[in-house]
Ligand binder design. Sequence first.
Ligand SMILES: C=CC(=O)SCCNC(=O)CCNC(=O)[C@H](O)C(C)(C)COP(=O)(O)OP(=O)(O)OC[C@H]1O[C@@H](n2cnc3c(N)ncnc32)[C@H](O)[C@@H]1OP(=O)(O)O
Ligand SMILES: NC(=O)C1=CN([C@@H]2O[C@H](COP(=O)(O)OP(=O)(O)OC[C@H]3O[C@@H](n4cnc5c(N)ncnc54)[C@H](O)[C@@H]3O)[C@@H](O)[C@H]2O)C=CC1
Length: 327
Amino acid sequence: MFKGILIEKDESGYRASVQELDEAQLPEGNVTVRVSHSTLNYKDGLAITGKGPVVRKFPMVPGIDLVGVVEESTHPAYQAGDSVVLNGWGVGEVHWGGLAQKARLNGDWLVPLPPAFTPQQAMAIGTAGYTAMLCVLALERHGVRPEHGEILVTGAAGGVGSVAIAVLAKLGYTVVAATGRPQDADYLKSLGATEVVERALFSSPGKPLGKERWAGAVDVVGSHVLANVCATTKYRGVVAACGLAAGMDFPATVAPFILRGVTLAGVDSVMCPRAERLVAWQRLGTDLDVAKLGQISREVGLAEAIPLADSLLKGEVRGRIVVDVNR
Ligand SMILES: C=CC(=O)SCCNC(=O)CCNC(=O)[C@H](O)C(C)(C)COP(=O)(O)OP(=O)(O)OC[C@H]1O[C@@H](n2cnc3c(N)ncnc32)[C@H](O)[C@@H]1OP(=O)(O)O
Ligand SMILES: NC(=O)C1=CN([C@@H]2O[C@H](COP(=O)(O)OP(=O)(O)OC[C@H]3O[C@@H](n4cnc5c(N)ncnc54)[C@H](O)[C@@H]3O)[C@@H](O)[C@H]2O)C=CC1
């Protein structure tokens, strides 16, 4: 038996609770992992609260990422004792996830724990941090360089935003952080932001084009924020869009794209090919100051993760929540 969060949906409603689970209930897979830590990402918040249609099969163990040690494996790349990390691939959505002491997975989904990180540090990064790195890779792939000008990060005090700021600053970019939480200005500056601006500048319906400012942007917010970021991005600038914290809509015009050659680069972490994941994790190892992970993250136990899911969706959580599944 092992402990985990279980989401159930039936005639008595949608609910998440910590339960004792049986190994026989684990889904099929060729690698069984003794999980040490998982995390609370925005998507896990949607899954646990039921506020978004993330969970596709019930009952479901949530948790779109995990770190742990292989207990049993018939996959050629892994053997008992290996430390591994998982992000995405529908885990926590259609396949039982990381918010439990055990997981059974397809070995093709795993990556070895990067040598630069302890298991806790890998989860302080988690899917949010790995996605932040994918956003930075997208900016680089489209030619954005530090000398081109300011990079805007929206939803800056959240998980993706915090890691994006730390990585971009270490790479020499001038980072502007947009937040609705002015009390977090010192935190954002300690991560490397040179300026903190009010989220309200971007939240209302805007004009097709505004004054050019950003050489690049990482947007986790969507909706009017993403539209206004595109409208104020400089000629040939690049916006990496990965999130929907304000909504899935995109009330924009084509003006930034056809008049200023702006590139809107979509970023998906879930089905991202393995080769790019390995690059992202390797780059996190060189381009993220691990000392900053202490500021960015805090650790909770399985039971505490359930009420925190709602706080996360309300924008009340700063940085990252690591879940010690044995606590
Ligand atoms: C870590 C990552 C993130 O945080 S992403 C943000 C969190 N994710 C969400 O909030 C997405 C939740 N999902 C939705 O809101 C809906 O599923 C939808 C709006 C994306 C689509 O819903 P709708 O009811 O309009 O369509 P279907 O569910 O029938 O799907 C249509 C079509 O798209 C495929 N699909 C659905 N979800 C996903 C997904 N997450 N990734 C990729 N593709 C998806 C689905 O299989 C259907 O394709 P088909 O070929 O017709 O089977
Ligand atoms: N495309 C992908 O593969 C991935 C997408 N995401 C998405 O990125 C987004 C951020 O994820 P996390 O950093 O884990 O979440 P988070 O909750 O830690 O951060 C979200 C941030 O957005 C802010 N925010 C919330 N509502 C807002 C609004 N109306 N306007 C402006 N800002 C608002 C919050 O204050 C917070 O700072 C989420 O939408 C998530 O679904 C995250 C990881 C992977």
